[in-house]
Design a protein. Structure first.
Length: 76
C-alpha cells in the first residue's frame, strides 16, 4: 500500500490515536512525516515509513532505511 492511500476507518483510527496521545504523552509520528533525530551519536533525518510500538522505520536519502526507537526522535 502506498503511504498516501487511505483505507476506510483510517480517519477514525487516527483520531483515536490522537486522543490517547493527549492523555498518555508524546505523540508518535505518522507515516509520511519528515522527522529527525539522533541514534548512537549519529544525526539523521528522513520520512517515516512505518511506526510499530516504540520503533520507527525511517526512509533516508539514497534509499537506505533506519530502524530507531521513538525516544531518539527530535534529538538532532
Amino acid at each position: 500500500m502506498d503511504a498516501n492511500e487511505r483505507m476506510p476507518g483510517d480517519a477514525e483510527a487516527a483520531a483515536a490515536v490522537a486522543g490517547m496521545q493527549d492523555v498518555y504523552g508524546r505523540p508518535l509520528p505518522s507515516i509520511g512525516d519528515w522527522i529527525n533525530g539522533s541514534s548512537g551519536g549519529k544525526q539523521w533525518s528522513g520520512r517515516v515509513m512505518d511506526v510499530s510500538g516504540s520503533t520507527v522505520i525511517v526512509g533516508l536519502d539514497g534509499g537506505a532505511h533506519l530502524v530507531a526507537p521513538t525516544s531518539d526522535i527530535g534529538r538532532a
